[in-house]
Design a protein around this ligand. Structure first.
Ligand code: AMO
Length: 429
């Protein structure tokens, strides 16, 4: 049985390993290979005069990124990675890699994002890239386990739907037999319907589809959202839940992903609770102190405004008390000042991570709000029906997983945090 490379120590006597040829160096009488698997790198040293002819034969012909099996004696050697090397007794070529490679896995030659994404399987062989996805895995595992521990039921809702959730725009239409259908923008309507089903607290981790035309470093056309909905909870309750989740996930990653963080050179600081709550009106004022394009009341926060606020606050924060007009129809207006609603955004100093709100649970008010947004209540009948049969008050949020990972690891582009990004120009691989 072969060993994971990391398990081979200077004290190991002999070992079999299987991995990819990371680097090849020929120094005349000696040939060196670096072999890599997902756990690490080991040097294989071939003294040409001392090894059997079959080994020399394979060694001469093997190309970088081919898969090989090495069986041999382990020797402690200070200068080699991990302080050890293998001198092979057997060297088997399992699978050959073509040359030249589309990109350099050893990262001596830098590659553009498009080149990297065109050969993502190769790009993901880089320890640094794998580290991002190990951390992303820890983030989603920790977040979902946390929500389950808080009594949330994991649900799965349809991704092929008949109506928009977040307003009429940004939908991908698809052919669905003889009907018009769309890729879902958000599980919003379905998670709310599960409140009428009496599930009380639900979560879903899944894809959301947004036909946004602009190509930015923080938008994807297919993103991953962690959605939560809780009954008998107001916006403050679910903001606390979100804050607890963020702190828990950071803490989990800091404690369980030390190697991956080191690979990325990230020193993770766990954010402190409570995150500041900044009313929208105040947020506009703060942003207007520095941004060139001044915001008027009722404008959404521009990227420049988000940066200005982030610089001022310097940590995760919530923007609360939004104007009702610029939030989706389902956000609950304050009864005493209906021009403001119980909606919030969770912000990282660099960008928005999550949106949420207490929802309207009164059927007639919801119909009125849908109409006020220029949408037709008839096309929302499947959603409105549960509101006529005992809908509890409820609140929730949606958290963008790629943005969470991107900001946690200070990645420059959201595409770094998704294996196979979908954007305006990319539909493969
Ligand atoms: P919203 O549209 O703000 O809210 O989306 C919630 C979060 O999802 C992430 N996100 C995206 N990430 C990458 N690329 C995109 N194109 C993209 N669009 C959204 C962001 C964002 O904060 N139904 C509400 C949530 C709710 O109220 O429960 C909603 O979808 O991180």
């Amino acid at each position: 049985m072969h060993l994971p490379i990391r398990a081979v120590t200077p004290e190991t006597e002999s070992a079999e390993i299987i991995g990819w040829v990371h680097e090849v160096r020929d120094l005349g009488g000696l040939a060196f290979f670096l072999i890599r698997d997902r756990t690490g790198i080991i040097q294989v040293t071939i003294p040409k005069k001392k090894v059997p002819a079959e080994i020399l034969d394979v060694a001469r012909n093997v190309s970088r990124e081919s898969v090989v099996r090495v069986q041999g004696t382990v020797k402690a050697i200070e200068k080699a990675p991990g302080g050890r090397e293998i001198v092979p007794e057997e060297l088997e070529l399992i699978s050959t890699a073509e040359s030249p490679l589309p990109l350099d896995v050893a990262e001596k030659v830098p590659a553009e994002m498009d080149t990297r994404l065109d050969s993502r399987f190769l790009d993901a062989r880089k320890p640094r890239v794998r580290a991002i996805f190990c951390i992303r895995s820890a983030v989603t595992c920790a977040a979902t386990a946390f929500l389950a521990s808080r009594g949330c039921i994991n649900i799965a809702t349809p991704k092929i739907v008949a109506a928009a959730t977040e307003g009429g725009t940004e939908l991908f239409p698809i052919a669905y037999f003889e009907k018009e259908a769309f890729m879902n923008q958000s599980p919003q309507l379905y998670k709310q319907m599960m409140m009428a089903a009496g599930f009380e607290a639900v979560f879903e981790l899944g894809p959301i589809f947004r036909a946004e035309e602009h190509n930015t470093v923080r938008h994807l056309n297919e993103a991953t959202s962690l959605d939560v909905e809780v009954s008998f909870a107001d916006h403050n309750d679910v903001m606390e839940l979100l804050e607890d989740l963020i702190v828990h996930v950071y803490d989990y990653v800091a404690k369980n992903c030390a190697d991956a963080l080191e690979e990325l050179g990230v020193e993770l600081a766990v954010p402190a609770k409570p995150f500041p709550r900044i009313p929208y009106a105040e947020a506009i004022e703060i942003a207007n102190r520095t941004v060139e394009e001044r915001l008027a009341f009722g404008d959404d926060l521009s990227p420049a405004a988000e940066r200005a606020l982030g610089d001022t606050v310097g940590q995760h924060y919530f923007v609360v008390d939004w104007p009702t007009d610029i939030r989706p129809y389902y956000a609950m207006p304050y009864p005493d000042r209906p021009e403001f609603c119980k909606a919030f955004d969770l912000m990282h100093p660099r960008m928005e991570l999550s949106s949420g709100a207490q929802r309207i649970h009164d059927h007639d008010l919801l119909v009125e709000r849908i109409g006020a947004k220029g949408l037709s209540p008839e096309s929302f009948e499947f959603y409105l029906k549960p509101f006529r049969y005992g809908m509890p008050p409820h609140s929730g949020w949606g958290l963008g997983i790629e943005r969470l990972v991107m900001t946690m690891l200070d990645l420059p582009n959201i595409r770094e945090a998704v294996l196979f990004p979908r954007d305006r120009h990319r539909l493969t691989p």
